[in-house]
Design a protein around this ligand. Structure first.
Ligand code: NDP
Length: 330
């Protein structure tokens, strides 16, 4: 009898996209040298875009969404991995050109997998997810520019979102004073519980303003882009740095060069999808040491493969707080 398992499948016919929970077999999976029993995945902004079809994330149909997963190796043709190894995969084309994590089983390239640090469970790996791993890359970006806690506040934009929430938690654990920018001031208590020292209304940063403003923060982690990133740069202190990873407001950047040439501000680009393995391993290692997992689990909502589709539109509409973990085995 064929060994069937469940997966969420996006199909497109005559420009109409459908998403259904289906049963498939290993023969239906794409190429790779490691098969993983997926235990957890998560919901990222990009997953919302893929499931709703509101942006061309999926490059070939049919596709299994889910840009990341954690799980246990089921079989491996690469001696680097053995049955039972606990692994994580973020990006590398999952849900774009290769079947993703919303599936009970995945076949992938061993070069894209990382063994999880001992003290991070499969579930915790997806509580962190690509959002949290990206937040860590952003922190590493600030550190590479020598931004230190003593230099002043660090601004986090898109604060109630996935990247923002983990960034606040990480920065606070590392001793930084964190200023959180949010459109949801009703979440102030949540943001302070994560470690924010103060909270500002994102409206302060979202409109066109002067090319250079008062120097307010030593650094920033920005997941919003557009006019917000322009204003973030314009108010960064002399010699400071901004890690830019997202585009929740927009992908434009109507900036001037003044923050760079008059204040020596650095703009650090953050990409999690194609980041080399050594950088990923460093990020996961640092997450295992620097992140307060207990605090993290308080910002997590758990859902299942049957229910995840309902979250697609909510994350696009900016209504999801913190992190959503998909318990694939449930
Ligand atoms: P979320 O949707 O969880 O968070 C985004 C947050 O941005 C929202 O919660 C909201 O926070 C804020 N926001 C939403 N719309 C607007 C708007 N119009 N103007 C200003 N702020 C807005 O997404 P993630 O945290 O998962 O991802 C954040 C961004 O980072 C996305 O653009 C995503 O594509 C990108 N990303 C990039 C990666 C990379 O490799 N470079 C990896 C992962 C994510 P609040 O309500 O607090 O204002």
């Amino acid at each position: 009898m064929t060994d069937l398992f469940r997966a969420l499948k996006i199909e497109k016919e005559n420009d109409k996209q459908t998403v259904n929970l289906v049963e498939i077999s290993e023969n239906d999976l794409m190429e790779g040298n490691v098969v993983v029993d997926v235990t957890h995945s998560t919901l990222n902004y990009k997953d919302g875009l893929a499931m709703t079809g509101s942006s061309p994330i999926v490059r070939s149909f049919p596709m299994i969404p889910g840009i990341d997963f954690s799980g246990n190796v089921r079989s491996s043709e690469d001696p680097k991995f053995s049955k039972g190894d606990r692994v994580v995969l973020n990006g590398f084309g999952l849900s774009e050109s290769h079947y993703g994590g919303y599936s009970e089983r995945a076949r992938v390239n061993s070069e894209h997998l990382i063994k999880l640090p001992e003290n991070i469970s499969n579930k915790q790996a997806m509580e962190i997810g690509t959002a949290g791993y990206t937040a860590m890359l952003c922190v590493l970006g600030l550190e590479s520019c020598n931004v230190k806690p003593a230099d002043g506040d660090i601004l986090v934009t898109g604060a109630s979102g996935g990247v923002g929430s983990v960034a606040i938690s990480l920065l606070s654990a590392l001793g930084y004073s964190v200023l959180a920018s949010t459109g949801r001031l009703s979440e102030t208590d949540y943001l302070k519980e994560l470690g924010a020292n103060s909270v500002i209304d994102r409206a302060e940063l979202s409109e066109a303003s002067r090319p250079l403003g008062k120097e307010r923060w030593a650094g920033a982690i920005d997941s919003v882009g557009s006019q917000t990133l322009v204003n973030v740069l314009a108010q960064t202190k002399y010699g400071g740095a901004v890690s830019a990873c997202g585009l929740a407001q927009g992908m434009d950047l109507p900036a001037t060069v003044l923050p760079f040439i008059l204040r020596g501000v650095s703009l650090v680009g953050i990409d999690s999808v194609m980041a080399p393995i050594a950088k990923r391993e460093r990020a996961w290692e640092r997450l295992s040491k620097d992140l307060d997992m207990e605090k993290l689990s308080k910002m997590v909502v758990e859902t299942t493969l049957d229910e995840i589709i309902n979250f697609g539109q909510s994350i696009i509409d900016g209504q999801v707080r913190g992190r959503v973990v998909v318990n694939i085995a449930k």
